[in-house]
Ligand binder design. Structure first.
Ligand SMILES: [Fe+2]
Ligand SMILES: [Fe+2]
Length: 263
């Protein structure tokens, strides 16, 4: 195991542990006052991921790889638990056991998919797959395009209905990303990779253009929300959170682009 393993592991954990911590907060804010047990659980997850985040920043890139491997396993375990918690909450909402709660089922499903993704990355890292592999390019894009399409839908639904122009823009993004997602899924079914390889450059370029414009839209929305200049029920931290996830997708697209040009 190498220094690269430590670098990649810490990078994933620093990014995603903060995300998991914030999910705990968003879930909590959507519960009702009487959901005291769920609120307690959400608070516990917040503390767990805050601790993991803090420890991930305390490690340096010269840390012992064996120690990082153990850390990855420990984080993997915590992520499995928050994933199960999210699925439990989704089940409660879908079976109408939390009438009046303020989280969309799609949002709860979405945050559980992000936990699943994080857990899978940790497994890959500990089995020696440092970067998402080039033959996983399509899978990764399918995952992130769906995440981006969901974000556009959440923004559209959480803006005040009187913010007509912004709602319209969010709806357009939702449509664009649904289209890109279908395109990615079409490519997915045209595998094996040897046959789709020549198409990947163009595929990534096209996705990058759309992700950049969505990222810019999220940035503007975030700044307006923070400055209290638009009407919505979007928590400022949620606005920043979805912005950061778009940045993450761009980072991954660039990483893939580099791996393609290396060949
Ligand atoms: Fe998230
Ligand atoms: Fe997300």
């Amino acid at each position: 195991m190498s220094n690269e393993f430590v670098v990649r592991s810490l990078d994933e954990i620093r990014f995603w542990s903060r995300i998991m911590k914030e999910h705990s907060l968003f879930l909590k804010l959507g519960f009702r006052c009487e959901d005291t047990q769920l609120i307690t659980e959400a608070n516990q997850f917040f503390a767990v991921f805050e601790g993991i985040e803090r420890r991930s920043h305390a490690f340096t890139i010269s840390a012992d790889p064996e120690q990082i491997k153990r850390f990855n396993s420990e984080v993997h375990n915590a992520v499995s638990h928050i994933w199960a918690f999210k699925r439990k909450v989704l089940g409660l909402i879908l079976s109408c056991q939390m009438p009046g709660a303020n989280n969309f089922p799609l949002l709860v499903d979405h945050v559980s998919r992000e936990a699943f993704y994080f857990r899978n990355r940790l497994e890959e890292l500990n089995t020696g797959k440092l970067e998402p592999l080039p033959d996983a390019i399509i899978d990764e894009n399918v995952f992130f395009l769906r995440i981006m399409a969901d974000h556009a839908k959440f923004i559209g639904h959480l803006l005040d209905p009187s913010e007509r122009q912004l709602v319209e823009q969010a709806r357009n993004f939702s449509h664009d990303f649904d289209q890109l997602l279908f395109q990615a899924k079409d490519l997915e079914s045209m595998r094996p990779q040897s046959q789709t390889a020549p198409l990947l450059d163009q595929f990534l370029d096209q996705n990058r253009v759309s992700v950049k414009s969505l990222r810019d839209f999220k940035q503007i929305a975030r700044d307006l929300i923070e400055a209290c200049r638009i009407k919505s029920i979007i928590h400022p931290l949620l606005a920043d959170h979805v912005f950061r996830e778009a940045e993450r997708f761009l980072f991954i697209i660039d990483m893939f682009e580099r791996s393609l040009t290396k060949k």
